[in-house]
Design a protein around this ligand. Sequence first.
Ligand code: NAD
Length: 345
Amino acid sequence: MQNLFSCSLGQHVTQVVSVDSIDEVVRMHADIDRSVLWVCDTNTRQFLPANLQVVVLPCGEVSKNWTSIERIVSVAKERGLARDSKFLAVGGGVVCDMTAFAASIYMRGCSVSLVPTTLLAMVDASLGGKTAIDLLGAKNLVGTFYPAKEVYVCAQTLETLGDTEFRNGLGEVLKHAVLSPDDSLATFLTDNRMSILQRSTGVLEQMIMASLAVKRQYIERDPTEKQGIRDALNLGHTFAHALESVGNLSTWSHGEAVAWGVVRALQAGVAVGTTRTDFARRYSDLFTEYGFGIDWKVSDVPAFLAALESDKKKRGSNVRFVLMAGQGEHILRTLDAQLVTELVS
Ligand SMILES: NC(=O)c1ccc[n+]([C@@H]2O[C@H](COP(=O)([O-])OP(=O)(O)OC[C@H]3O[C@@H](n4cnc5c(N)ncnc54)[C@H](O)[C@@H]3O)[C@@H](O)[C@H]2O)c1
C-alpha cells in the first residue's frame, strides 16, 4: 500500500492510495468490520471474500436509481450502522456513485471510501465528489457533492475488465492528456502505448496516477463546478452526448464518443481561431494511434442538432463547448449550427 496524493475539495480531503490487491483493503478494515458496509455489483463480487457481508447491486447503468439507494441504506439500518460507520464501494462508476450518494444521505452523512475497478472509475468517477442517480429519464438528475475519504486504486483488477469498458476509460485518459498543463501525459501515452494496450499493471498504475493528477488540478480549484474551471473536464462531452443520443446510446460506446467529441472540439477550436493546427493534429493523431475512430460522419445531422438543443434545455442556457486555447488552457464558447454541421458531417 502506498499513499500517492491527497486532493482537497472544499473542506473535504480525499487520500488516493495505491494497493496491490483488494484483499489489502479488506484486511485494513477487518478490525472495524462491524461498522463497514461493503457494496459491489454482480461482476465485482469476485473481488471480495465469499464470507464478507456485501450489498450486491445488479451490474450496469440500470442500477443508478432510488432502488439501489434504498437497498444500501436498508441494509445499513438492519445492521445497525451509525453515523460514524463507513460505506465501501468496490466497482465501476455506477457502484461508486451509488455508494457515495447513499453515504451522503445516510444519517445525514457517513464516511465513504471507494475501490474503483473500471479504468473509467479509476481515472474519473472516483475522484471529485460527484454522486447522482438517473431519474425521470434524465441522467444524473439527482445527486450530491460528497467526496470519498479514500480512493484505493488497484490496477490489477483491470485484468478482468472487458475491452469496451477499458477503452471507455482510455478515452478519458487521452482527454486528460489534452487538458494537462504540459505534454508529459501525452508523451507517456505515446511511449508506452503497447504496454498500456496489453494492460501491463505497472504502466497502467503510472498512467492512472498521471491522469488523476490532471483531474485533481481542475477540481481542487473548482470543487462544486461553479467557477467554470471544472467545466474543462467536459471537453468533447457535448459532442459525445449528442452522438450517443443519435445512436440511441448503443451504436457508440462512451469512450469512442468522447474520443470523437474531443477531436471535434479541437477542430472547432481551429475553425474559430483559438486552437493551433499542430496542437489539434498532435492530439487527433494520439487518438488514432489508440485505435479510436475519429472520422465518423453523422448521417442524421438534424437529429444531432436536436440532441444538442435538448442539452441546452437541460442546462437552461446556451450550449457552451469546451475549446482549447493551448496545452491545458480551455475556453468556453458557443458555436453556430452551421459550423457544428460542418464539423460532424
Ligand atoms: N461521479 C463522477 O464524477 C462520474 C464521472 C464519470 C462517470 N460517472 C458515472 O460512472 C458510470 C459509468 O462507470 P463505468 O464505466 O465504470 O460503468 P459501470 O460501473 O457500469 O461498469 C461497467 C461494467 O464493468 C463491470 N466491471 C466493473 N469492474 C470490473 C472488473 N474489474 N472486471 C470485470 N468487470 C468489471 C461492471 O459490473 C459493469 O458491468 C456512469 O453512470 C457515469 O455517470 C461518474
